[in-house]
Design a protein around this ligand. Structure first.
Ligand code: GLU
Ligand code: MG
Length: 453
């Protein structure tokens, strides 16, 4: 049952909350917002807080980019979804809610990523599909030293020693997530020095995006406020050390949420249902453009390299960690529930609403056109012959942010789906970022991303 405004106010009082953050994620992937005090909560939950249209015209580098329609004239409202209320366990008396950005007529003002995702959900529903997803979040724990910011809690990768060194922070993160109703499935000492991963339970896509933002805030808040360390969700925070992904695991269900439509017991070695294969084919066709939404930062492209398990080509395979789209093998005894697709070309510098909305539009295009994917990659694409690569339809992904943005602008499905203002804003905001970051040294450019997400 969705929470009512009265229930949120009552809960906030019971929780001893004094300050409520009204948050939204902007087109640059930054979580921004305003604080509201408890006395004003009831009215602000209805009317939202005012923000200037130009607030979304600020990019990652805090450049105020001139975008027509997003001038510093005119106000919009950040209106919370009551269901997103949760306390912030790393701070006393504080909670947060996530907002839609609406015009005075209470509709998307044209640049609301959360509304964009809702539109994609409705599109999928018109074809009888309900998309469920979870982001698998990787991040680095780090500390500031006289020599700069360096990884912290290093241990042999995947090791119990690494777990011990990170335990003080990781245990607090897991319990802070659980206090917010976010069920943690696995917490891993990942491959990089000080790199960690947290996998949470899947949910409908809107909730999955909301939870990913809550997770980013929680990891950063617990690490910085409670432990005086640094957490970085940048895609490639350190030159020497693998990147951090936010792999999207997703599955397609019927509208009642009873049947996983990816699963077809008769499919045999075709692995996926016909619907699943068409959705996959759509994602692969649009992937070069989609990464401008899923791996949108300058730093993202440093991660998308061969040999890093991050995906660097248009490719798919069964449990193939070098294929950008992986069909994850189902678990014994719960085959139908557990079969899912994993998009590896996604990182936490994304706006999760844009990433999931783009993914859905790409896949639905494949479904509408009854597309069929090429042969799966049965080996690491980098080790295949040219002929094998051609058979599997393997081609490179854009290598730079500029190339990714050009692919997005040229995509006949994804770009129009964003809507006129949002599409134009992304190109302008990101284009300015790309230009400025291209002019920096690689170290400076990397550092510019380290503490943003
Ligand atoms: N760190 C890798 C990435 O950037 C993923 C490693 C894994 O498969 O978990 O996506
Ligand atoms: Mg991982």
């Amino acid at each position: 049952m969705p929470m009512t405004i009265e229930q949120v106010v009552e809960r906030a009082h019971e929780d001893g909350v004094r300050i409520i953050r009204f948050l939204y994620c902007d087109p640059s992937g930054v979580i921004r917002g305003k604080n509201v005090t408890i006395g004003r909560l009831a009215s602000k939950l209805v009317e939202g807080v005012g923000i200037t249209r130009a607030q979304n015209a600020v990019n990652l580098l805090e450049q105020l980019v001139h975008i027509e329609g997003m001038e510093p004239v005119g106000e919009i409202r950040a209106v919370p979804d009551p269901d997103t209320y949760s306390v912030l366990p790393w701070l006393p008396g504080t909670a947060s809610v996530l907002c839609d950005q609406l015009d005075h007529d209470v509709r998307d003002w044209g640049c609301c990523p959360r509304s964009f995702l809702k539109g994609a959900v409705a599109d999928a529903a018109s074809l009888g599909i309900r998309v469920m997803a979870a982001f698998e979040a990787e991040f680095y724990l780090a500390e500031a030293t006289p020599d700069g910011i360096v990884p912290w809690a290093n241990g042999p990768v995947y090791s119990s020693a690494g777990m011990d060194r990170a335990a003080s922070v990781m245990y607090d993160i897991v319990s802070a997530l659980e206090r917010q109703g976010i069920e943690v499935e696995q917490a891993i000492n990942e491959y990089g020095p000080g790199q960690q991963e947290i996998a949470i339970r899947y949910a409908d896509v809107l909730t999955a995006a909301d939870r990913h933002l809550k997770l980013r805030d929680t990891v950063r808040g617990v690490t910085e406020v409670q432990h005086g360390k640094i957490a970085s969700f940048a895609a490639k925070p350190f030159a020497h050390g693998v990147g951090s992904g936010a792999h999207v695991h997703f599955s397609l269900w019927d509208l009642a949420g009873e049947r996983n439509l990816l699963h077809d017991p008769e499919a045999g070695d075709r692995i996926l249902s016909t619907l699943g294969r068409s959705f996959l084919a759509g994602v692969l066709e649009h992937l070069p453009a989609l990464i401008a939404l899923t791996c949108p930062s300058h730093n993202s492209y440093e991660r998308l390299q061969p040999g890093a398990w991050a995906g660097s080509t248009v490719s798919w395979g069964m449990d193939n960690r070098e294929a950008t789209m992986r069909v994850a093998s189902p678990f014994r005894g719960r085959e139908e529930e557990s079969i899912n697709l994993e998009l590896k070309a996604c990182d936490s510098s994304c706006n999760p609403y844009l990433a999931l909305g783009g993914l859905i539009h790409a896949g639905l295009d494949g479904v509408r056109r009854g597309r069929v994917p090429p042969e799966p990659a049965r080996r690491d694409p980098a080790r295949m012959t040219d002929e094998e690569r051609a058979r599997c339809g393997i081609r490179p992904l854009p290598a730079t942010m500029q190339e990714g943005l050009a692919a997005l602008a040229a995509d006949p499905v994804l770009f129009p789906a964003l809507g006129e203002l949002l599409g134009r804003a992304i190109l302008a905001l990101r284009g300015a970022e790309a230009e400025a970051l291209d002019a920096m040294s690689p170290d400076e450019a990397r550092l510019a991303h380290l503490r943003i997400f």
